[in-house]
Structures are given as C-alpha cells and as structure tokens.
Design a protein around this ligand. Structure first.
Ligand code: HEC
Ligand code: HEC
Length: 235
C-alpha cells in the first residue's frame, strides 16, 4: 500500500512536479526580470553594500588571491543575474555564509546594489597568472571567447555577458572549471559545450591572458584610491 502511494506520488511528481534545480532556475529568472525593470536607487545600493563590503571590500575589488571576486565595474545586468542565482542556489559558493546574508534581499535591493557596484572604479592590481604561456592563451581566447565576452573581455550588458577583463586570475580559473563541470547550474549552455575539450594548460593560459586584459583607463581607480563611502571601514 505504502509502496503504491509512493509510486503514484513519484509518477505525479515526474509529470507535474519540478526538480529542485528547475525551481531554482525559474525563481532566479523571475527575480532577474523583476529587478531589471526597476529604477535603481544608488544611495540605497551603497547602504546595502555595507553588508557585502565585509567580504568584497569597500572598493568592490575582492582579493588578489581570487577568493573574493572583483565586483566593481561589472555590468548591472550580470550582477543582478548572479545575485539571483546565488540566492536560488544555482551557484555553490564556497561557504554557506553569503547565502544566509543574502536571504532577505529583494529585487529592488538587487537593482540598487548592482547599480552602485557597476559604477565603482576598478582595481589596477588584480591577481594575475604566471605570464608564461600568454601567446597560447591569446590564440585560444581569440578563437573561442571573443564572440561572447568581447575582444577585450568587456562582456555585454544587454546579453548578460560578464565582463571578465581585469578579474583575479584564480577566480577566473575556478569559475571556468565550475562552469565546465556543471557546478554552476546557471551557466550558458553553449559556453559549457564549447569548453569541454580544454586541457589544464589551455585553461591556465586563457585565464592568464584574460586577467591581463585591461579595462579602459577611464574605468580604473586612481592610484591609491580608497572608497570614500566607507571611511569607517577597518582594513
Ligand atoms: C561572507 C562573504 C560574502 C559576503 C558577505 C558577500 N559575498 Fe558575494 N561572494 C562571496 C564569494 C566567496 C563569492 C565567489 C563565489 C564563487 O566562487 O562562486 C561571491 C560572489 C559574488 C558575486 C558573483 C560575482 C561574479 O563575477 O560572478 C556577486 C555578484 C556577489 N558576490 C555580490 C555580493 C553582494 C551584492 C553582497 C552583499 C549583498 C555579497 N556578495 C556578500 C562572498 C561574499
Ligand atoms: C556562447 C557564449 C559564450 C562563450 C563562447 C564563452 N562564454 Fe564565458 N560566459 C558566458 C555567459 C553567458 C556567462 C555567464 C553565465 C552565468 O550567467 O552564470 C559566462 C561566464 C564566464 C565566466 C564567469 C565570469 C564570472 O564573473 O563569474 C568566465 C570566467 C568565462 N565565462 C570565461 C570564458 C572564456 C575564457 C571563454 C572562452 C574559452 C568563454 N567564457 C566562452 C558566455 C560565453
């Protein structure tokens, strides 16, 4: 009897139900759609960011070792999508802690903090690779990545394509691996397919090259710049 009920429930779930992964993706898609339409309030974005600065640092530059990514200068749409995906558990971040902190964020706060971050100047000192295999990296980048991420790693706001220029090398390598292995369940399917054949050497070479793609001079922070919005922050 119990078995029959279980069986019927299972069949019902297979026909009508959604898997947890599908639910996560649908939730994120809805939140992104909602947030994109809102008018961002940058002042509130700065307040929301106080919470994030603990890890991503007041300048939004993350850490050179790539544990925390640089968020400054990332496209508005991309930040919103990644936040929604992290909240919906479509991305496994290394600790559970950010999830709990992000739990109360609503689409308006996504839009506000994304607008704040997109306008912050970027670091001049991002983490780089060893610099030993850059020609190989450039060739692979030009052949495989330009169509989506742009010739200079600038990404594309409208299509949710991340800006990857000037990002920390270790972060790029980690995300690339996670996208390749399907650990980032929010990734671009075409990209996932395209990068299956890369070797470890290819990956370090491409990412080394990418980490050295420079943002335009106007997007970089002046030398020694500290974010005046957080004067009280202890480093
Ligand atoms: C406890 C530390 C912590 C806090 C607090 C935190 N983050 Fe993060 N965040 C991380 C880590 C670690 C990653 C990288 C996760 C990974 O490797 O997939 C990350 C990734 C991200 C990404 C994805 C970046 C990309 O390029 O894909 C965004 C966007 C982001 N965080 C925004 C925020 C915002 C906005 C807040 C505040 C509301 C916040 N984070 C608070 C640790 C934190
Ligand atoms: C068909 C388009 C496409 C191609 C080709 C492509 N990407 Fe991507 N890539 C994307 C999209 C879209 C995302 C964001 C996925 C998401 O929303 O999580 C992404 C994400 C990334 C990320 C994570 C960025 C972050 O901040 O979290 C890295 C790193 C990356 N791509 C590197 C590459 C490299 C290197 C290549 C070439 C070998 C490449 N991609 C080829 C579309 C593409």
């Amino acid at each position: 009897m119990v078995r029959r009920i279980l069986g019927v429930t299972l069949i019902y779930m297979m026909i009508f139900g959604q898997s947890a992964a599908e639910q996560g993706i649908n939730q994120a898609v809805k939140q992104v759609e909602d947030a994109i339409k809102l008018t961002p309030d940058v002042d509130n974005g700065r307040e929301v960011y106080l919470l994030c600065a603990v890890c991503h640092l007041p300048e939004g530059w993350g850490t050179e070792d790539g544990y925390y990514p640089q968020l400054a200068g990332q496209h508005f749409t991309v930040i919103i999508k990644q936040l929604a995906d992290i909240l919906a558990r479509n991305r496994d971040t290394p600790t559970m802690f950010p999830f709990t902190l992000l739990e109360n964020l609503q689409p308006q706060a996504f839009a506000d903090v994304a607008a704040y971050l997109a306008n912050l100047p970027m670091t001049r000192n991002n983490g780089l690779g060893l610099g030993a295999d850059l020609e190989h990296g450039k060739r692979l980048y030009d052949d495989n990545c330009v169509d989506c991420h742009g010739i200079n790693g600038e990404g594309n706001e409208e299509d949710y394509m991340p800006l990857i220029q000037g990002q920390h090398y270790n972060y790029l390598v980690r995300q690339f691996e996670w996208i390749r292995k399907g650990k980032r369940r929010n990734a671009d399917k075409e990209m996932v397919e395209q990068i299956q054949g890369f070797t470890d050497r290819d990956i370090s070479a491409i990412m080394d090259y990418t980490s050295r793609l420079k943002p335009p001079a106007g997007r970089l922070a002046a030398p020694g710049w500290r974010n005046p919005d957080f004067p009280e922050f202890i480093r």
